[in-house]
Design a protein around this ligand. Structure first.
Ligand code: URA
Length: 193
């Protein structure tokens, strides 16, 4: 697969698992293809399924606020995707076989974007992208180097809505993320490098 349009239209017709049967819209991803920071969530919820864009519900608003704290913006300098591109019915967790079936699409997105930093939102993204034994409560905010790319896991914004007590730790994780962005990313992030 050589370019983004081809990739997205091939993904539209994907039947690698059965989630396509119950989804409304494919949720391929949103943001800048030139992004140096990629955020990965778990999978579309109800609002995302209706709009065809990741993180547009309440958790998405919180994610946008979190991004703003560190000068990131889905329209300007970051990309947001999910482990699975179609909504699991009734918002259940995507099954291991569904994650596996969807992985080639995310891998192809990563190959085209070539991010320097990948931030995994929540346990499912982190166990799929970082380590099967990842525990968000204990491993959030730590850096992992995988094939020359820096990975970090954060609490999922939906978890932060349920448990606001986790927000101060997430703020510190975001500041650490910002520190490394300023160190290794180019100056389109507007920070004083
Ligand atoms: N939760 C996710 O993990 N992804 C979305 O796109 C929306 C909610």
């Amino acid at each position: 697969m050589t370019n983004w349009e081809e990739l997205e239209s091939a993904c539209e017709t994907c039947k690698n698992c059965s989630l396509w049967e119950t989804r409304s819209k494919l949720v391929f991803g949103v943001g800048k293809l030139s992004a140096e920071v990629l955020f990965i969530g778990e999978g579309p919820g109800e609002n995302e399924d209706l709009e065809g864009e990741p993180f547009v519900g309440r958790a998405g608003k919180l994610l946008d606020d979190m991004l703003r704290i560190i000068n990131l913006d889905r329209e300007k300098n970051t990309y947001i995707a999910n482990i699975v591109k179609c909504r699991p019915p009734k918002n259940r967790d995507p099954l291991p076989e569904e994650r596996e079936a969807c992985k080639p699409w995310l891998s192809a997105q990563i190959s085209l974007i070539m991010p320097k930093i990948v931030v995994c939102l929540g346990r499912i993204a982190a166990i799929e992208m970082i380590d099967q034994s990842f525990k968000v409560t204990q491993d959030h905010g730590k850096w992992y180097d995988i094939d020359g790319v820096k990975y970090m896991g954060l609490f999922h914004p939906a978890a932060l809505l349920r448990d606001p007590n986790r927000r101060p730790e997430t703020f510190l994780d975001l500041k650490e993320l910002e520190r490394v962005i300023k160190e290794i990313c180019n100056d389109t992030y507007g920070g004083d490098k």
